[in-house]
Ligand binder design. Structure first.
Ligand code: SAH
Ligand code: SF4
Ligand code: F3S
Length: 456
C-alpha cells in the first residue's frame, strides 16, 4: 500500500457520460471496501482504465494509454480495463497486454473488489457476462461533481443501428426501477445538487413498473430542490406526445434536446437502420419546437457511412441548414467488427479523402448556422448555473437552461449558484457574459442528510 493503510484507486474514463456515471459507481463500490480515490496513476494501488469502443480511434487511444501506464504504474499496482472496449475484447486484451490483470465489462462492476483481490494473488481474470437485472441497486455512486448529478436510468440498447457497437458492449435494454431513480434524485437534491441529467442510450424509451419517461420527467422535476432536469440521448421515435407534454409542463425540464440525427438522407437512415426517415426526423424536431418555446437542438451526425452518395450528403447539409442546430457532434464512420455495416460490399466504402472533405464541409455548415443563431442572442438575458472554474484564471463556466456555455468573471465561491446574466460576446460557439442579478443559492435546500454537502 502506498500512502496509508487504505488501498488507493485511480480511475481514468473515456467515452460517453454513461461511462463517467459508471466510474462513479465503481468508486462507490470500491469505497464500500475501504478504497480511497486518488487523482494520479503513479500513486495508485489499483488503476482502472474505463474504456470506450464506439470508434476505432477511441480504442487506439486506450491501447496507447495502456502502454504509457505500464511505465508509470507502481511495481505492485494492479491494472484493470473496464467499460465497453473491455467488454468487446475480453480475454484478447489480457493476451495482448501482459501488465493488464483484469478486464471487466459494464455489468460486472459489483464484483470489482473480489476480482482485484484475486488479481493481487496473481489470478488474471475477465468478467464480461451480461446481467440484465444489474442496475447497481444499493451502491452509492461517488460523484465527482456536486453541481450536477448524472443518473443512469436505463442500461443497454435494443435499437441495433447497423454501425453501432453499443448493443454488443452493453447488452439489451433495461430500465431501472422507478422508485430507485426517484430515491437517487432525492438523495442528490438533499446533498445540495440542483441539476440532474438522466442517462440512457435511448433514454426516452424508459419503461419500468408501469411508468414511462413522461412519468419519470414529471417525478424527477417535482423532487424538492431540483431546479434543472436534462436527459441524453433520446431517440426521435420515442418522443411520444406524453413525453413532449411532460417536457413542456415540467418547469425544471430544460429547453434543450440533444437529438442524434446521424444523416439527413432517408436512404442512408434506412441503411443505418435508424427506423425514421428524413421527414420523420424533421417532424420530430418541429413537434418539439412547437411544444417548447426557445428550445435548443443539438445533434450527432456520421459522414462517410458505406454507400453515402454526394446526393445523400447534400441532404444532410440541407437538413442541418433547415433545422438550424445549436451545435453538432460530427463523426467519420468507423467500421466496428461484427456490426452489420461491415457487411456492405467493399465498393460501398467511401474513400478517405471524400470522407474528410464531407466532414469539413459539414463542420463549416454547422458552425455557420450556430454562429448566426448565437450572434442573435447577444444582449439577451439568461438564467445560468455556475458549473466549474474556467481554464482561464479568474473566470467560471456557467450554463444557460438551453445549454449555452457562458464565461463569467468570478471564483470558486460561485460554483453551484444561479445568476441572471446578459450575454456580451461570443466566439461563435461559447459566450461571455456579465451578471445582472444574483439569484443566490439554488432551490429549496431540504434537510441535508450529509453535512459534507458537495456543492462546491
Ligand atoms: N445512443 C445514442 C448514441 C450513442 S453513440 C443514440 O442513438 O443517439 C454516440 C454517437 O456516436 C452516435 O450518435 C453516433 O453519431 C456516433 N457513432 C456511433 N457509432 C459510430 C461509428 N461506428 N462510427 C462513427 N460514429 C459512430
Ligand atoms: Fe447505438 Fe443506435 Fe443504440 Fe444509439 S440507438 S446506442 S446509435 S444502436
Ligand atoms: Fe463508448 Fe460505450 Fe459510451 S462504446 S460511447 S463508452 S456506451
Amino acid at each position: 500500500m502506498t500512502t496509508s493503510d487504505r488501498p488507493t484507486v485511480y480511475v481514468e474514463t473515456y467515452g460517453c457520460q454513461m461511462n463517467a456515471s459508471d466510474a462513479e459507481l465503481m468508486l462507490g463500490r470500491l469505497a464500500e471496501c475501504g478504497y480511497v480515490a486518488v487523482g494520479r496513476p503513479e500513486r495508485a494501488d489499483v488503476i482502472l482504465v474505463n474504456t470506450c469502443a464506439i470508434r476505432d480511434r477511441a480504442e487506439q487511444r486506450v491501447l496507447g494509454r495502456l502502454g504509457e501506464l505500464k511505465r508509470h504504474m507502481g511495481r505492485d499496482a494492479i491494472l484493470g480495463v473496464t467499460g465497453c472496449m473491455g467488454q468487446r475484447l475480453g480475454p484478447a486484451l489480457l493476451a495482448r497486454a501482459a501488465h493488464v490483470s483484469l478486464v471487466v465489462g459494464p455489468d460486472g462492476y459489483r464484483s470489482l473488489p473480489e476480482l482485484i483481490d484475486r488479481a493481487r494473488s496473481g489470478a488474471r481474470a475477465t468478467a464480461t457476462t451480461f446481467d440484465p437485472d444489474e442496475h447497481y441497486r444499493g451502491i452509492v455512486p461517488r460523484r465527482a461533481d456536486g453541481v450536477r448529478a448524472w443518473i443512469t436510468v436505463q442500461r443497454g440498447c435494443d435499437y441495433h443501428c447497423t454501425y453501432c457497437i453499443v448493443p454488443t458492449t452493453r447488452g439489451t435494454e433495461r430500465s431501472r426501477p422507478f422508485a430507485d431513480v426517484i430515491a437517487e434524485a432525492r438523495a442528490v437534491a438533499e446533498q445540495g445538487t440542483t441539476e440532474i441529467i438522466l442517462l440512457g442510450q435511448t433514454v426516452n424509451s424508459y419503461a419500468a413498473d408501469g411508468y414511462d419517461f413522461a412519468d419519470l420527467l414529471r417525478a424527477v422535476g417535482a423532487v424538492p430542490g431540483i431546479r434543472r432536469v436534462r436527459f441524453t440521448s433520446p431517440h426521435p421515435n420515442d418522443f411520444s406526445e406524453r413525453v413532449i407534454a411532460a417536457m413542456a409542463e415540467t418547469p425544471a425540464v430544460c429547453e434543450h434536446v440533444h437529438l442524434p440525427m446521424q444523416s439527413g438522407s432517408t436512404r442512408t437512415l434506412r441503411r443505418m437502420r435508424r427506423r425514421y426517415t428524413r421527414d420523420g426526423y424533421l417532424a420530430c424536431a418541429d413537434r418539439l419546437r412547437r411544444a417548447i418555446p426557445g428550445l435548443a437542438l443539438t445533434t450527432d451526425i456520421i459522414v462517410g457511412f458505406p454507400g453515402e452518395t454526394d446526393e445523400d450528403f447534400a441532404e444532410t447539409l440541407d437538413a442541418v441548414e433547415q433545422i438550424g442546430f445549436d451545435d453538432a457532434y460530427t463523426f467519420k464512420f468507423s467500421p466496428r467488427d461484427g456490426t452489420p455495416a461491415t457487411r456492405f460490399p467493399a465498393s460501398d466504402t467511401i474513400p478517405e479523402p471524400v470522407v474528410s472533405d464531407r466532414l469539413e464541409r459539414l463542420i463549416a455548415t454547422v458552425r455557420r448556422g450556430s454562429r448566426e443563431r448565437h450572434l442573435r442572442l447577444l444582449g439577451s438575458r439568461h438564467e445560468v448555473l455556475v458549473e466549474r472554474r474556467a481554464r482561464r484564471g479568474g473566470a467560471v463556466m456557467a450554463r444557460t437552461r438551453d445549454f449555452k456555455t457562458v464565461l463569467l468573471d468570478g471564483d470558486a465561491s460561485m460554483l453551484g449558484r444561479y445568476h441572471t446574466v446578459a450575454l456580451t460576446g461570443t466566439t461563435g460557439s461559447t459566450f461571455t457574459g456579465v451578471i445582472v442579478a444574483p439569484h443566490g443559492l439554488a432551490g429549496t435546500r431540504t434537510l441535508p442528510l450529509a453535512p459534507a454537502a458537495a456543492a462546491g
